[in-house]
Design a protein around this ligand. Structure first.
Ligand SMILES: [Zn+2]
Ligand SMILES: [Zn+2]
Length: 235
């Protein structure tokens, strides 16, 4: 989840830089006897496209903070950043085709023009990255050793009591049990953030966090503690 916010912040920063390129010279006009530098903001359509396009990434990020589901966060940040990136790219190209070429202005594009295209392309790339990042990857807690493969969805066999590890100093003696909570409805798993089908929730008796059976069993096979409150899980 944190990764999507990171991607979103990057995209928002790129979007802001793109908006700043409006202040740079986009084009140098050489046919009026004198040399005039035309900044990006003098083209009204480009001004709008770049402003909205650049802001889109920021809006996606804000929306991402409001949304709860990881999937919605991903699509909000990804899609808005991609759309904004496309607008950002089209802004200097539109200025060039519709203003410079169509009006027959002589001159050449300058650094701001290329900076505007480049920032648009980067924004598009960052947005696509957010869309292509598989959500499953986010499930692996950063502290967890790279497990070869998580145990395949264990059929609800008589749950063997998880073996408590030696409490490694932390959570001074707090213990908990993680038990089925069959009456829970519309719960969201604290490990993978996906909804838990009715009757399949497991609940930490210490902090009330709920999990998929598969998620918490995979976690407990590597750690003897609750992933949320760190209390040592005893049988
Ligand atoms: Zn889960
Ligand atoms: Zn807990």
């Amino acid at each position: 989840m944190a990764r999507f916010y990171k991607v979103g912040s990057t995209a928002a920063a790129i979007g802001a830089i793109h908006i700043l390129t409006l202040l740079l010279g986009w084009y140098v006009q050489t046919d009026a006897g004198s040399i005039t530098e035309l900044a990006g903001y003098v083209f009204p359509e480009s001004l709008m496209l770049s402003l909205i396009g650049g802001l889109m990434a920021g809006i996606g990020l804000l929306l991402g903070h409001v949304l709860k589901r990881l999937k919605s966060i991903k699509y909000s940040i990804g899609a808005l950043t991609v759309i904004g990136g496309l607008m950002a790219i089209s802004s200097p190209i539109y200025a060039y085709l519709q203003r410079i070429l169509a009006l027959g202005i002589k001159g050449y594009p300058t650094i701001g023009f290329f900076a505007a295209i480049l920032t648009g392309v980067i924004q598009l790339g960052v947005g696509s990255l957010a869309l292509l990042t598989p959500i499953k990857e986010e499930v692996v807690p950063a502290t967890q050793a790279p497990a070869p493969t998580p145990p395949p969805a264990v059929t609800p066999a008589p749950a063997q009591p998880p073996i408590p590890r030696a409490p490694s100093g932390r959570a001074r003696g707090a213990t908990t049990r993680i038990l089925p909570a069959p009456d829970l409805e519309e719960a969201v798993c604290s490990i993978c953030y996906e909804p838990i089908p009715a009757g399949e929730a497991m609940r930490c008796m210490n902090c009330d966090a709920v999990f998929h059976r598969g998620c918490i069993e995979a976690w407990l096979s590597l750690n003897g503690t609750c992933p949320i409150c760190k209390a040592v899980v005893v049988s």
